[in-house]
Design a protein. Sequence first.
Length: 170
Amino acid sequence: TAKRAYEELSKIRKVFSSRIVLMTYEEGLKKYEIQKLPRWIYDALLCVDGVQRREDYAGLVHIFSQSLSGEEIRQAVEESDLFAYVVSGEGKTGGTISGHSGYVETIARIRAYSAIPAYVGFGIKSAQDVAEVLGNGADGAIIGSELIRKVNSGDLRLVEQYLKSLCQKV
């Protein structure tokens, strides 16, 4: 519910100074009534399967893939806050980055329109993956599915070890 989302995000805001980006699907927007949340409680929204209006949220993060036209990239860059979420390759979240390099061209195409930071996600699981995307020009790496798997294990030591392992080579 919106009340629960508000309560949990309030706790996070009190403890962490990091920016908060809510990543969800259209279904989650409706279920948690994200539009009704106060804008101070999060920094941006990334909706995977729908187009949102910037004025309805604190900010927006758009997904950039190799298949976007130059005009689509230009428009999405203009509407993006915080960073551009660059997809490492075709597929779905939780896949692997192995064999994907098209994101390098996508980053270059974004930079033709804007200096917005370009973070690469989809398939990033290890320190080696992070080092690879950073070495290929990304400003950051996004680890989603693998981190969620670790959190869902219920073992916070495992989560801590995993996060430390990601930072060792970077």
